[in-house]
Design a protein around this ligand. Structure first.
Ligand SMILES: [Mg+2]
Ligand SMILES: [Zn+2]
Length: 218
């Protein structure tokens, strides 16, 4: 099932964070523990395709009721996939570029990567803790979707324009648009189901160790 003629030295690998690098969707964990009612409906509308990710997380963030330290403690309790550091290190060692694309609340991604001693490029939303507003430094106003917080397509298109082979690793609805344009897709859970229905070729995986082994086996 490994992709044919994969050359890591000319590849750009993009990892979703929630549910892909982290073992659970930390945004949903935060909402379950600290959210007022109403976030489930927003999540259902997002998964159903009726609401864009930016509107979804903006609406959900408004329902989160806890301090920054409390939220960070909850977020850091969720373990990462133990294969994350080796995947990044081995891909980098083989010449690949690696980045994390996360269209969630964003504030815990950098902290988790630092705790795992993984230094990757991060495309994440930001929280302005003085106003508690979400910021979207990686939204792309030129993208046809214009509904995303982080436009996951933009960095993939940029890598492809530089001649890189693009790889997307994901698990959920926020990865669909990225998966539809990446050269190689690793999918599990909801993303795998969507790829199957949409006719997007993908390799299924369970852990990031599987992804590492599939990409770097030779
Ligand atoms: Mg995810
Ligand atoms: Zn976009």
């Amino acid at each position: 099932m490994s992709p044919p003629r994969f050359d890591p030295s000319n590849a750009s690998v993009f990892l979703d964070f929630d549910g892909t690098v982290s073992t659970l969707d930390i945004g949903l964990v935060l909402l379950e523990r600290h959210g007022h009612p109403g976030w489930e409906e927003l999540d259902a509308a997002f998964v159903g395709g009726e609401l864009g990710s930016r509107d979804t997380i903006t609406g959900q963030w408004a329902l989160v009721d806890a301090s920054e330290p409390e939220l960070l403690v909850t977020a850091m309790e969720v373990p990462l996939d133990p294969g994350f550091p080796a995947l990044v290190a081995d891909l980098r060692g083989a010449g690949a570029e690696v980045a994390v694309l996360s269209d969630g609340f964003g504030f815990y991604v950098e902290e988790h990567c630092r705790a795992a001693a993984v230094d990757v490029d991060l495309y994440v939303n930001r929280v302005d803790w003085t106003t508690r507003e979400l910021r979207f430094p990686f939204g792309d106003p030129t993208c046809a979707c214009q509904l995303c917080g982080v436009c996951k397509q933009a960095p993939i298109r940029a890598a492809a324009a530089r001649g890189r082979t693009t790889v997307m690793v994901g698990d959920g609805a926020s990865d669909r648009r990225a998966a539809s344009i990446a050269d190689i897709v690793f999918a599990k859970a909801g993303l795998a189901a969507w790829c199957g229905e949409a006719g997007v070729p993908y390799t299924s995986y369970v852990t990031l160790r599987d992804v590492r082994d599939a990409l770097l086996r030779s």
